[in-house]
Design a protein around this ligand. Structure first.
Ligand code: PLP
Length: 385
């Protein structure tokens, strides 16, 4: 039955409307010269899916067009995109300036992993501290998030980019919370943009992925190191991410419309001490958000601080019926997360409290539902406290 190994390709005669998935770990060649030319970059083609795959290029093409860069690489998770990007830019003895409020996994990488390789990281508050004081001759990377997780602080990317370039450092922005529908950091002067594609790029809690967009030389450099570390995206997940991107703009607009309504509801509820949402006029980073965001929308993520700390938050989570407690974000349904025990659980309590991630902080990822239903659910749950 040798047919079993060769058959099945005859029907491939015209173009499908939707991109096919190349679930092939490797590609074949007619001769050694062809393989050699592709390896040397003299001819376009694919060799092995840890290096590249057509679906990665299709996904990259879309991301480059919406982020505004020149090239892109995709990875198996957001953390893979972050670690590969950083490790391809630093060596022993180098220095990084990182924001003190970042996604917990990124903080852990900077604090615990990079020190093992002799790379120093200074943590500062990019909005309150004088960043310029912290540059050294060996500073290679400056790292922050467009909208910080979980305090929703908005960074002045243009200003930080100018300062970073004065000291020949590259500015890396994690744009996961904002998405390019709301902010395009490369257009504001950033050098590299990263996404946890697991979040809004996917939007359905069914894919893990990471994306890096930058200029061609930077992406070549990241791509070479990425091939060694090997955190490649599954081609099937790449295909799902493309499918999700078709509705990204629609989804982000709806998430944002819902989030501002929910934020205003919380702002007027006496049980809520504080609401963290860039779309609220009362929020300290509202003007900065207005300056650097497009489309007059502010994203689907918000946090609230509840009187009473851990016990009260736990009661609220139990009282919420359809709003699920999940340690992730950016899906089609509204979910809540508790940063002190999820994204920032590896931080010691004092550091957490100092930067504002208190035991009363609940992060909300606002979904695509009819927001009146969600407000009603919060209203009923809050009444039980
Ligand atoms: N960046 C941000 C802002 C995140 O929220 C996360 C995960 O929650 C990551 C990066 C890491 O992404 P992943 O979980 O896909 O590795």
């Amino acid at each position: 039955m040798t047919e079993l190994t060769h058959m099945g390709k005859k029907s491939h005669i015209n173009n499908p409307k939707v991109l096919p998935i190349y679930l092939s770990s490797v590609f074949s060649f007619d001769d050694i010269e062809t393989l050699d030319k592709i390896y040397n970059g003299e001819e376009k083609g694919y060799i092995y899916s840890r290096i590249n795959n057509p679906i990665y290029d299709s996904l990259s093409e879309i991301m480059v067009s919406i982020e505004g860069g020149e090239a892109c690489r995709v990875y198996s998770t957001g953390m893979a995109a972050i670690t590969t990007t950083i490790l391809s830019h630093v060596k022993q003895g180098d220095h990084i300036i990182a924001d003190s409020v970042l996604y917990g996994g990124t903080l852990q990488f900077f604090k615990e992993e990079l020190s093992r390789f002799g790379i120093e990281v200074s943590f500062i508050d990019f909005r309150k501290d004088d960043i310029e004081k912290h540059f050294k001759e060996n500073t290679k990377i400056v790292y922050t998030e467009t909208i910080s997780n979980p305090l929703m602080e908005v960074t002045d990317i243009e200003r930080i980019a100018k300062i970073s370039h004065k000291y020949n450092a590259k500015l890396v922005i994690d744009n996961t919370f904002a998405t390019p529908i709301i902010c395009q950091p490369l257009k504001l002067g950033a050098d590299i943009v990263i996404h946890s594609a697991t979040k809004y790029t996917s939007g359905h809690s069914d894919v893990m992925g990471g994306i890096v967009v930058s200029d061609s030389d930077t992406i070549d450099k990241i791509g070479k190191i990425g091939t060694i570390y090997g955190a490649s995206l599954s081609p099937f997940d790449g295909w799902l991410l493309i499918r999700s991107l078709r509705t990204l703009e629609l989804r982000v607009k709806r998430h944002s419309e819902n989030a501002i309504k929910l934020a205003r509801y919380f702002e007027n509820n006496k049980k809520i001490k504080r609401v963290y949402y860039p779309g609220l006029e009362s929020f300290p980073y509202h003007n900065m958000a207005k300056k650097i965001f497009s489309n007059e929308i502010f994203g689907g993520m918000l946090s609230i601080e509840i009187e009473g700390g851990y016990e009260t938050v736990n009661k609220l989570i139990q009282a919420l019926k359809e709003v699920k407690f999940v340690p992730s974000l950016a899906s089609y349904d509204t979910t809540v997360s508790y940063p002190a025990k999820t994204s920032h659980r590896n931080m010691n309590k004092e550091d957490r409290q100092r930067i504002g991630i208190t035991d009363g902080l609940l992060r909300i990822s606002v979904g695509l539902e009819n927001i009146d239903d969600i407000i009603e659910q919060f209203e009923k749950a809050l009444q039980k406290l």
